[in-house]
Design a protein around this ligand. Sequence first.
Ligand SMILES: [Zn+2]
Length: 402
Amino acid sequence: MDSSSHLPDMSMAPQFGGGVGDSQAVFGGSANPVEIGTASGSPLGTIAKFPTPPPSLGRSAAAVRRFMLQSAARELVPGERVSKCLRVPAGSIVDVFYTPSARSAHYAGLQTCGSIWMCPVCASKISERRRLELEQALAAFDGVLVLATFTVQHGIADALAGLLGGFLASLERLRGGEPWRRIVTRYGVSGAIRALEVTYGGNGWHPHAHVLFFLPPGVDLDAFADALRGRWLALLARAGLAASWAVGVDVRAAGGAVGDYVAKFGSQWTAAHEMTKAAVKWSRGAAGRSVAELLADYALTGDGEAGRLWREYAMLFRGKKHLVWSRGLRARLLPELDEKTDEELANEHDQLAVLLASLSLRQWSVVVANDARAELLTVAASGDCQQLLDFLRLLGCEIGGD
Ligand SMILES: [Zn+2]
């Protein structure tokens, strides 16, 4: 199965995004920066829009869709930072950078939100960097990796708020107290990483957590799984929730590509993907819709109920940590790597870039009014200043010298 047909964001372009002050940008490099003069043009109002893309997308079409979904998020949660992300200038110019080695482009000089839960553009970038970081950590570990998924029983009538409180409290309690210390000692647990996720299916909201456990070689996995189940069911009961013994905790070995997930997502799907891609997963065909699909259904098909559900999710997950490493694990596995916040990752550009153009605020407002932020990057990814100028003229920007 072609993984890209289900997960366009696996091939996400980390260079798309933008931000303020790209410290690695090289000014006056191989492409000559263009000062575009003053703009007095008004938006054309209608320019040819890219057709609605299917889930299987090339890199630039995937970027266009991320911006389109970001605009939909802005409609649904207008007061949140995502509504300003890569839209509202941070200063008096907006720079367009071109990265020759990747044949890609990004912005600088715009506000960015860094929201893994709400912003498809930032989430794509953050999740890919978190995945690479996690792959590196897993490669540095010399033991048995186990991916456990903790779930809770739910019904179509359950509001997400009601489920999530007890679920998160149970997750917190799982890693504390004497019962947990006994499990850690008995099975030699040297660390764990927790990822929070939610989907929406025939039985309503399905909050769940993937926890990657770091265990010693030769560990008795069946006994470990039973210990997890016993503890999890007891904790859920304490929170007034329940799960069945059979499906409450799914435990599987997590080396290399992850068994059943390969069938679901494609041969390159690893534990690191499963852990980091909660906000950008595209699980069409699997049970339930991912949050990315809810937003896409709202944006692309006008599904108002999907939009309402996405807003319910977004406002509840807002500010919640997506990935939590157990204390000391990160320092042991990635001693050389600085820990960065989501905001820092969203603003990072790790390849040498050259300044292709600087847009005045007025010119930028024309780009935004035409909803052409992604298309502009697609054009800029050619590295050709003239194409970019032609595109800006098409939008209605007045260019110096016109
Ligand atoms: Zn953002």
